[in-house]
Design a protein around this ligand. Structure first.
Ligand code: PGA
Length: 245
């Protein structure tokens, strides 16, 4: 079993290629269950999907599940991933709000919120196509180095390097929540198909570790080597250590 790798020249090519893969999925199966991600990486992919919606692609029968959400931010907080998704995708296309799912990081009972997320995912029949980014420390969703391969949706502490990286979205590093709810490695690996996106040289090392290194929780993305239908879609810079090999 090995991960497929597709390399495109630029981040713009990456976004249009990823959007076309998602559009094909929706055209073929209009009631697809999509796994969605946040962060800088998918922003332009969502913009291209919004363009495709303007040109006739309908999301009305699609169900979505987002991978993660900060603990302790209200849904409407501008820094929440819920707000991110509303801005970049949910308000741009005809998704039915009752079919968009995010972990509830503002729940009074976070463990119950995690169980509820897994339950909803099972009830929906699982993810047909999962979009992923990768952290420069190799994390996928908020599964940080050291996470368990059999992990399900749970509350996690963010690694210091993740807090530092994500502080660019906040006024200061102190404002970044220290915890999140994240879909687990096992949750992610249960998707039928996975598309991981990465661009830029600061992802090159993690991409190389994930694809060419041993399978180890030191690089959580390396667990994707065990998936039967996973593709890494990379720009030239994110792929530069692979092509040097
Ligand atoms: P980024 O984050 O898209 O903002 O680089 C990716 C990730 O941490 O998974």
């Amino acid at each position: 079993m090995s991960v497929a790798v597709q390399i495109v020249p630029t981040p713009e090519d990456l976004a249009s290629t990823a959007a076309n893969i998602f559009a094909s999925q929706i055209q073929e199966y209009p009631d697809s269950v999509l796994g969605l991600a946040t962060g800088s990486t998918p922003v332009d992919t969502y913009a291209r999907l919004a363009d495709l919606y303007e040109n006739g692609l309908s999301f009305e029968d699609v169900t979505t599940f987002n991978l993660d959400e900060y603990v302790g931010l209200r849904q409407g907080d501008p820094q929440s991933y819920h707000s991110f998704m509303t801005t970049h995708l949910f308000d741009q296309v005809d998704l039915d709000p009752s079919r968009t799912h995010m972990p509830d990081g503002d729940s009074e009972d976070l463990d119950e919120a995690c169980e509820e997320y897994e339950r909803l995912l099972q009830d929906a029949g699982g993810i047909d196509l999962q979009l992923l980014g990768i952290g420069s420390n190799g994390h996928i969703a908020f599964n940080e180095p050291g996470c368990a391969e059999d992990s399900l949706t749970r509350v996690v502490d963010l690694a210091p390097e993740t807090v530092a990286a994500n502080s660019r979205f906040f006024d200061s590093e102190d404002d970044v929540p220290g915890q999140a709810i994240t879909a687990g490695i096992a949750t992610i690996l249960s998707a039928d198909k996975i598309l991981l996106l990465a661009y830029g040289e600061n992802k090159a090392e993690a991409v190389c570790q994930a694809l060419a290194g041993e399978i180890t929780s030191d690089c959580p993305a390396s667990f994707l080597q065990k998936h039967p239908d996973c593709t890494f879609l990379l720009d030239a810079k994110a792929a530069e250590l692979l092509t040097e090999q």
